[in-house]
Design a protein around this ligand. Structure first.
Ligand SMILES: CC(C)(COP(=O)(O)OP(=O)(O)OC[C@H]1O[C@@H](n2cnc3c(N)ncnc32)[C@H](O)[C@@H]1OP(=O)(O)O)[C@@H](O)C(=O)NCCC(=O)NCCS
Length: 146
């Protein structure tokens, strides 16, 4: 659906990958390289937030042991705190519900308290930790019944 402000959430395409990588590089200390994004293009849960030809954010959801697993989400730093991340997350939740999933799970760096606040604001609760999950940090596991 194209919104009144001309933004749209839709499946990511090969043409989007360079712009997605730019957002990724502005968002993470250890960004995913382009080949990883390209490898996920056949996943209907890999979506881009586009507005007038620009990619403002993206998200990726897949399966992990029967649970919907949020693998990646990021919004361009200049476009944060405008609800885009929430829209992307809600889009992913609506999609996986169509496939019958009833729980979503994700990992977030222990040091990334801002991202934890984003997930908490969207109804996720801490359900565990994994020591040494990242090269330089532990992971917080967050889950939400959907
Ligand atoms: C996490 C991220 C995707 C959120 O995207 P966003 O578009 O800014 O999020 P929203 O505008 O939908 O935020 C919704 C709510 O989440 C909370 N929130 C979002 N960012 C926050 C921050 N930096 N600090 C505290 N709370 C935050 C707030 O409650 C916010 O509502 P408010 O703006 O009315 O106060 C974005 O900050 C990002 O790309 N971060 C870098 C990549 C990253 O860490 N991804 C997650 C990896 S696990």
């Amino acid at each position: 659906m194209i919104r009144r402000d001309k933004s749209i959430i839709r499946r990511a395409t090969l043409a989007d990958v360079p712009l997605i990588v730019k957002v990724e590089e502005l968002s993470f200390d250890v960004p995913w390289p382009d080949f990883l994004f390209k490898a996920h293009l056949n996943n209907p849960g890999f979506v881009a937030y586009e507005k007038e030809g620009n990619i403002l954010g993206y998200a990726m959801v897949g399966d992990s042991e029967g649970k919907a697993h949020l693998q990646n989400i990021a919004v361009h730093p200049q476009c944060r705190r405008q609800g885009i991340g929430t829209e992307l997350l809600e889009w992913c939740i609506d999609l996986v519900k169509l496939y019958g999933y009833r729980e979503m799970i994700l990992e977030v760096r222990q040091k990334k308290t801002s991202s934890q606040a984003f997930y908490a604001n969207n109804g996720f609760k801490i359900s565990g930790t994994v020591a040494g999950y990242y090269v330089d940090d532990d992971a917080i596991i967050m889950t939400k019944n959907i």
